[in-house]
Design a protein around this ligand. Structure first.
Ligand code: ATP
Ligand code: MG
Length: 324
């Protein structure tokens, strides 16, 4: 097992004016040379973790070491060795793609010549060379996002953080970014920490991933491990017609998503449903579970729990009012 490049222990962060912790005793390890992905619903704490790991924000308690250095006490030496694409970053409107990338390299000490050479390559990689001289205010949202990614991946750093990097990118653009991230990892030994809401992206890229909710880890491992541990060796059967929800529930845990009914079950039961579907002449689809299913299962349970807690809280408040 390779060494940890990030080691977070019992991290707690409660923002001012907030009662609920954004991070709640979070433990995470990122190992050198891997692509590590943080998954979680909106507000789960992903950006908060990234901001702490990149020394932009202090936790209330807990420890975090990056490259073995205490990120709370000694942030400066860490900053030189990392690059970040923040969530919802914006390029400067009056600069073009080429300026952005060249300047970000020169600010880190590259010569103009070196910066120009590296910039040329990265603009080509991300299909930005055709628009390299266009002011970013005249570019589409997806192209602006590519500039931000280019500014990060062009840097010669050991560790990069990308917070929802492929948001707004078309499917081809996303795949370009995937290929480049994998190349950076494999050929240059970089470590990459990502967040995303795209489960296919997480499956395609991650060596390790963690699903977090309300600031703590619900599951971690590689995609296969996370699926096996949380939905067993189950498969899913998708049905859009010919069966009622109640009927499918007798076969296994069933969820409804729009017109789709999805049953999580085993091989034998799936065959039984399949025979029944043939008799009724309705189509069904049988496939292995995906990371998306695990996410819905784990995070959905958290939401139910949260609603239950809220109800109890409200009842307590009502009782309190009545006592008065
Ligand atoms: N500057 C802030 N001040 C107060 N509360 C904040 C601040 N930033 C984040 N929060 C709160 O902290 C929690 C975690 O937010 P965070 O931005 O880390 O979530 P996230 O997982 O990145 O979500 P998303 O997927 O929407 O980007 C949320 O409840 C959010 O409202
Ligand atoms: Mg975020």
């Amino acid at each position: 097992m390779s060494e940890s490049i990030i080691e977070a222990r019992d991290l707690k962060k409660i923002y001012r004016k907030s009662r609920i912790p954004a991070l709640d005793d979070l433990d995470l390890d990122v190992r050198r040379g891997e692509i590590f992905t943080l998954l979680g619903r909106n507000g789960a704490g992903k950006t908060t973790f990234l901001r702490i790991a990149t020394t932009q924000l202090l936790p209330n308690s807990g420890t975090i070491r990056v490259f073995g250095i205490d990120a709370i006490r000694d942030p400066k030496p860490i900053r030189r060795r990392i690059a970040i694409t923040p969530q919802e970053g914006r390029p400067l409107f009056t600069l073009n793609a080429r300026d952005h990338v060249i300047l970000s390299l020169m600010m880190r000490g590259a010569t103009h010549e070196e910066a120009a050479r590296k910039t040329k390559r990265v603009l080509k990689t991300l299909d930005l060379d055709g628009v390299r001289s266009v002011h970013s205010e005249e570019l589409s949202g997806g192209l602006r996002q590519r500039i931000l990614i280019a500014m990060t991946i062009v840097c010669d750093v050991e560790l990069m953080f990308l917070d929802e990097p492929t948001i707004g990118l078309d499917p081809l653009g996303r795949r370009k970014v995937w290929e480049e991230l994998i190349r950076l990892k494999n050929e240059e030994g970089r470590t990459i920490v990502l967040t995303t809401h795209y489960m296919d992206e997480a499956e395609a890229l991650s060596d390790q991933l963690a699903i977090i909710d309300r600031g703590h880890v619900l599951a971690r491992g590689n995609a296969r491990e996370v699926k096996e541990r949380n939905l067993g060796s189950r498969i899913r059967v998708d049905v859009t017609q010919g069966f009622s929800f109640e009927e499918l529930e007798s076969y296994g845990r069933t969820i409804k998503a729009g017109n789709l009914l999805r049953v999580f079950t085993n091989d034998e039961v799936a065959q039984e449903i399949s025979r029944e579907a043939l008799k009724r002449r309705v189509p069904i689809s049988i496939s292995p579970v995906t990371l998306d299913d695990v996410f819905v299962e784990l995070v959905g349970a958290g939401i139910e729990e949260e609603e239950e807690e809220r109800k109890i809280e409200e009842e307590k408040m009502e009782k309190g009012v009545m006592m008065k």
